[in-house]
Write a protein that binds this ligand. Structure first.
Ligand SMILES: [Zn+2]
Length: 391
């Protein structure tokens, strides 16, 4: 009962004790005992003051404890490292961004992100309970190796989960952190989908498909009834290598015209016949190009070119998976905003479900979904067993 109750409060589905009582289908006395225990564990606050004006029965508003424990959420991407502390409730402190270390071998990069996270934990007066990391390449389950880490030229099969655990274990997280600090690691698109499902544009969906182009390449993920569908070995939903143009641009995988190569920031610049500034983050520049489509003919044509290919890919995936919501993030969110009707029309044209009943295609809501998702991963054992925070 404690775990389901904390999950409901964590995801904003039980803002009051009466809502929690209904959601858990228990008596008021049971809900009262559960919330009292979660409060005693320091995880939530229970505010029994009247909501306003002093009238009516106290509503017992429930919230995650703003001074409660935190976890470290980290992300490695092509443009750098990001780390943030995160409490329950999907609440992320402002992320710290760092450039990639000069040497991008896995140990150096994992050490850099582990140490950046440890600095945040040392500087905080909140207790740190875990650390999790989002990576831009597929991560196998359950052994945690990186496959096809093409962006950094890491050897395929690099044991990233073990290496990250060693580097976190070596870092100094200060006196308030659990020691050893539990660690976990997963693919960034999977974590982004989990974050949007729990705290963003995916709330209430049953079969949520997320497609994203964060920095380079394209990722996909599927959440079914609250659980990530990761396939037999953690490698499901590699939508980036779906062919959308057999004669298209070369992909790092050796083929041509993959969604990866046709709908990421590089592809947008190529379609516009422009070269991005190598000294600025590529995603920021690609977003500017999307916004320029409102007034600039060349940008407009490039956006439409990329949207048509993205639509082909989305229709292909939707035909197979029949999602009830498609969430787009990264550059794909900007493409959707630049020409929403065109993208929806391309999908509907090719999609069996799109013609008969609409597939809702919406933009992601979270600014840092991979980090919020990494926090979800780190919180997972405590959401399953809230009493384990007491050890
Ligand atoms: Zn490919």
């Amino acid at each position: 009962m404690l775990g389901p109750a904390l999950s409901l409060i964590h995801t904003g589905q039980a803002p009051t004790r009466s809502a929690l009582t209904r959601a858990l289908d228990v008596t008021r006395a049971t809900a009262g005992a559960v919330t009292a225990e979660l409060e005693a564990l320091g995880l939530i606050t229970v505010d029994s003051r009247p909501a306003g004006g002093g009238r009516g029965r106290p509503s017992h508003r429930l919230a995650v404890n703003p001074d409660g424990p935190v976890v470290i959420a980290g992300q490695i991407h092509v443009d750098g490292l990001s780390v943030a502390l995160a409490g329950l409730g999907g609440l992320l402190d402002p992320p710290v961004q760092r450039p990639l270390p000069a040497a991008t071998d896995p140990v150096r990069m994992l050490r850099a992100v582990a140490q950046a996270g440890a600095e945040l934990a040392r500087a905080s007066d909140r207790r740190c309970l875990g650390a999790a990391l989002a990576l831009p390449n597929p991560v196998t389950e359950p052994d945690g190796t990186a496959l096809a880490a093409l962006h950094f030229a890491w050897p395929s099969g690099t044991p990233v989960a073990d290496l990250y655990d060693v580097e976190v274990g070596r870092a100094d997280h200060g006196p308030r952190a659990l020691d050893p600090l539990p660690t976990s690691i997963a693919n960034d698109a999977n974590l982004g989908a989990l974050a949007e499902y729990r705290h963003g544009a995916g709330r209430g969906a049953r079969h949520l498909l997320l497609v994203t182009s964060g920095h380079r390449g394209v990722g996909g993920a599927l959440v079914i009834d609250g659980r990530l569908h990761t396939g037999s070995a953690g490698l499901a939903l590699e939508v980036g290598h779906l062919t959308v143009d057999p004669l298209g641009r070369p992909c790092q995988c050796g083929n041509r015209g993959c969604l990866n190569a046709e709908t990421d920031p590089d592809a947008l610049f190529a379609a516009a016949g422009l070269t991005p500034d190598p000294d600025r983050p590529l995603l920021d520049q690609a977003r500017e190009l999307c916004r320029a489509a409102a007034t600039d003919e060349r940008a407009r044509a490039a956006v439409e070119h990329v949207i048509d290919r993205l639509g082909l890919g989305l229709a292909g995936v939707a035909n197979i998976l029949n999602p009830d919501r498609v969430v787009l993030s990264g550059l794909h969110l900007d493409l959707l905003e630049a020409a929403p009707e065109r993208l929806r029309a391309v999908v509907a044209e090719r999609c069996l479900w799109g013609r008969s009943g609409r597939v809702p295609i919406v933009g992601a809501e979270l600014a840092h979904s991979a980090l919020v998702g990494a926090a979800e991963l780190a919180w997972r054992p405590y959401l399953a067993d809230p009493q384990s925070v007491a050890v």
